[in-house]
Design a protein around this ligand. Structure first.
Ligand SMILES: C[S@@+](CC[C@H](N)C(=O)[O-])C[C@H]1O[C@@H](n2cnc3c(N)ncnc32)[C@H](O)[C@@H]1O
Length: 270
């Protein structure tokens, strides 16, 4: 009975995503943040600085990082691309995968990624003018943009990864935004953890206690509210050792969601 309830909830979530619009999403959540990139207390600056720190501490490097539920976004892999030989982007929706491929193939994309690239160069102690090199590095290391479904025990196609798994799984604003309830969220965390090799790292960033966001014009997508205690419980149940959990109490007044804050987790698969 519980399985059936969860299955119908997951199908309902997939229905909500039918009308997801990459341009609206980027305009709702990233474009308004560009002018605030220099402010340390801004939503996006906090996210970028957490990602920079996570990937520059020296404990995460190797052959492969997989970003789960990339959406039409690239900023989340702009630090990681310096320390992994290969980065695989993934999303559930073809419109998002096409948007990512467009930028990777030097096409025009729905958002100008230059300010993001410049900001991350600055965080790395480089001149912002080196953004073109970072863009080239990103285009070089992203080897694939693949379909994913975190609700499947095997979220990627069976032969998508080398059987030994990934060195790192990254996922931003995905699991809570695509799960109908905490049970599905918990299982999805386990599914993406299954893509990691033992000792591999997990970096997740997401929204705290959010119940909806707008992913398209009038497209209100339900979100399962999670808090820090629930996160720690889910990580433990799924065999992760927590390295760090940070919370940003978000003074953000973005009308496109009811997010109360952001969490950033770095963990290791036991
Ligand atoms: C809120 S967006 C986050 C996008 C991006 N990671 C970011 O931080 O901007 C959620 C993403 O999850 C994707 N998604 C929807 N259902 C999914 C599923 N079952 N498995 C994996 N991703 C899914 C959506 O297509 C969307 O791109």
């Amino acid at each position: 009975m519980e399985g059936k309830a969860s299955e119908s909830g997951i199908a309902a979530m997939a229905d909500h995503y039918k009308n997801f619009d990459p341009a609206t999403y980027l305009n709702n959540f990233l474009v308004p943040e560009v002018s605030r990139l220099d402010k340390e207390d801004s939503h996006l600056s906090w996210i970028l600085s957490r990602l920079h720190r996570a990937f520059s501490e020296g404990d995460m490097k190797g052959d492969l990082l997989v970003d789960i539920g990339s959406g039409p976004s690239l900023h989340q892999v702009m630090s990681a691309c310096e320390v992994f030989n290969k980065v695989v982007l993934t999303d559930f929706l073809e419109v998002n995968r096409n948007e990512l491929k467009l930028w990777l193939q030097n096409g025009s994309s729905k958002i100008d990624w230059t300010p993001f690239l410049k900001k991350i160069c600055e965080l790395e102690g480089r001149s912002p003018s080196e953004w073109t090199e970072k863009a080239a590095r990103l285009r070089q290391v992203v080897t694939d943009v693949l379909p994913v479904d975190v609700h499947r025990p095997q979220p990627l196609a069976l032969d998508a990864l080398h059987p030994s798994g990934a060195n790192c799984i990254l996922s931003t604003f995905c699991l809570e935004c695509v799960s109908p309830d905490l049970d599905a969220f918990n299982k999805a965390l386990g599914h993406i953890g299954g893509l990691l090799r033992p000792g591999g790292h997990l970096v997740i960033i997401g929204c705290l206690e959010e119940s909806y966001y707008y992913g398209g014009p009038g497209v209100k997508i339900p979100v399962v509210p999670v808090d820090d205690a629930q996160l720690c419980k889910s990580l433990k149940e799924n065999g992760f050792t927590l390295i760090r959990l940070e919370i940003f109490q978000d003074p953000d007044t973005n009308k496109a969601s009811d997010e109360k804050g952001i969490f950033a987790v770095k963990a290791r698969k036991s």
